[in-house]
Design a protein around this ligand. Structure first.
Ligand SMILES: CC(C)(COP(=O)(O)OP(=O)(O)OC[C@H]1O[C@@H](n2cnc3c(N)ncnc32)[C@H](O)[C@@H]1OP(=O)(O)O)[C@@H](O)C(=O)NCCC(=O)NCCS
Length: 165
């Protein structure tokens, strides 16, 4: 289980650990807070936690009270490629470094798994997320029109991964 404790300059202390079955309700709440009409349904969210053959999901716990305030999930599409399928920080705790730490967790994991590329899709109007991904080294690959339920288009972004020996 990956676990890291982070005290950042915003003076919040949190840790990141692999999601477990008991986290379903917390992840569902976060998903609906973050994505409203585009939120994944319960069946998909259960898959993210339970189908550990292809999905790897982590949660952020505030310390010391262990409130779950963020989550990220990646899908192993092939032996060399993965997709970040969801990332979300409780709006109350955004801009405090949690999203950055979640992306770092997925990158470290993906590199250990010998993935070569990590992909994601992001709403073209989601400037906060796009700046986070650019900061973490993702690059624009293309655009998919009418991708979301809202009718909005999505950018496809990708980061090439290199293993540090
Ligand atoms: C995108 C999201 C996960 C970022 O989480 P976060 O915990 O706020 O992330 P961080 O505090 O680590 O911020 C990371 C970077 O994101 C960008 N960012 C986040 N919020 C921003 C804002 N309000 N304005 C501009 N940039 C912002 C910045 O590049 C920031 O880096 P910096 O602090 O060095 O400037 C969060 O905004 C979120 O949950 N949004 C709703 C769900 C969502 O849109 N998910 C992405 C779907 S593709």
């Amino acid at each position: 289980m990956v676990k890291q404790v982070i005290m950042n300059t915003n003076k919040i202390l949190f840790s990141i650990r692999k999601a477990k079955n008991g986290d379903f309700e917390a992840i569902k709440t976060l998903e609906h807070q973050c994505f409203t009409e585009d939120a994944y349904d319960d069946e998909v969210l259960q898959q993210l936690i339970k189908n550990t053959r292809v999905f790897h999901t982590w949660v952020t716990e505030l310390l010391p009270d262990k409130e779950i305030v963020g989550y990220v999930s990646i899908y192993l599409e092939t032996k060399s490629e993965g997709v970040i399928v969801s990332i979300c920080t409780n709006p109350k705790y955004q801009k405090k470094g949690i999203g950055t730490a979640l992306i770092e967790t997925t990158l470290n994991f993906a590199i250990k798994q010998h993935l070569q590329r990590l992909f994601l899709t992001v709403d073209v109007n989601n400037h906060d997320a796009i700046s986070l991904y650019k900061k973490m080294g993702f690059q624009m690959q293309g655009i998919i029109t009418n991708y979301y339920a809202s009718g909005n288009s999505a950018y496809v972004m990708m980061k090439k991964l290199t293993r540090k020996e």
